[in-house]
Write a protein that binds this ligand. Sequence first.
Ligand SMILES: NC(=O)c1ccc[n+]([C@@H]2O[C@H](COP(=O)([O-])OP(=O)(O)OC[C@H]3O[C@@H](n4cnc5c(N)ncnc54)[C@H](OP(=O)(O)O)[C@@H]3O)[C@@H](O)[C@H]2O)c1
Length: 272
Amino acid sequence: MASLKGQTAMITGASMGIGEAIAMALAKEGVRLTLVSRSKDKLEDVRNKIAAQYPDIKVGVYPVDVQNAAEVDKAVETAISEVGAIDILINNLSCFIIEENKRKKRFWELPIELISQMNGTNVSGVMYTTHSVLNRSMWAQKEGTIINISSVTGLECPPFDGEAVYHANKAGLEAFSNSLRIETAGSNIRVLVLRPGCVATNFHLQRVKYDKNAMDEFFYGYEPLVAQDLADSVLYMLSRPGRTSIKALDCVPTAQRGLTRFDREWNERNKQ
Ligand SMILES: NC(=O)c1ccc[n+]([C@@H]2O[C@H](COP(=O)([O-])OP(=O)(O)OC[C@H]3O[C@@H](n4cnc5c(N)ncnc54)[C@H](OP(=O)(O)O)[C@@H]3O)[C@@H](O)[C@H]2O)c1
């Protein structure tokens, strides 16, 4: 297992959920961190948690909306000068906005601003971050690992209304990753994809419009993943020797047998 100690990582969407868990896991391995999301206060909370457990780890926080390319580039420049050249980029953030009413709107019923915000965050924002990190760090070093957090829905769409933009964004991320892997030939840069199945985070609450009952119904009868499971997957991918690229890894709950086939007897069968 290759040691990660002393490397510097940039993690987007690090203010909560999977991104926060990845930050904690990398800090434990001795990785310096640069954390990105829009909420300064939440990023500072994560930095404080890391400082309490791993006081020797340097952590910089960079509140930015990744839809703004100039601000992203400025954040990357500042992160490199404050913390160090970036060896690891985890493109983890995403936004999944649902309109404020009970019925999920189909694609053509969505306001254009919502479509633009999701495309701007999940596609352009990821590209802006990657563009800046490659130009300012990885391509000069000819070294680094980029992990794009996609989804099992990047390959196949579930049959739910109101989700066309998100699933198209994830399919785009798959294509971007495959092309970038080819374009970075001539370097030691690895471009990898991690595809989560259902993980219990704020993401799903947002997806069901913060309706706790709908969330409970979605997770009924089985154990979803927790953010730590994805952090463990990231550690596994990062710690392979340089000759090895785990190009893509699907990490799903065992009870998620297919995109929409959940073993709802899981809890009953596996109760302690
Ligand atoms: N949870 C699941 O079941 C699941 C399943 C499949 C794939 N995934 C993928 O896993 C990744 C992490 O998901 P999660 O469940 O941890 O999500 P989450 O809890 O909703 O966190 C999303 C993160 O993205 C940040 N963010 C959103 N818009 C942003 C913007 N415009 N600029 C900067 N930061 C922004 C948020 O921070 P701020 O609000 O502070 O900006 C937050 O830190 C995502 O790519 C998601 O698509 C999750």
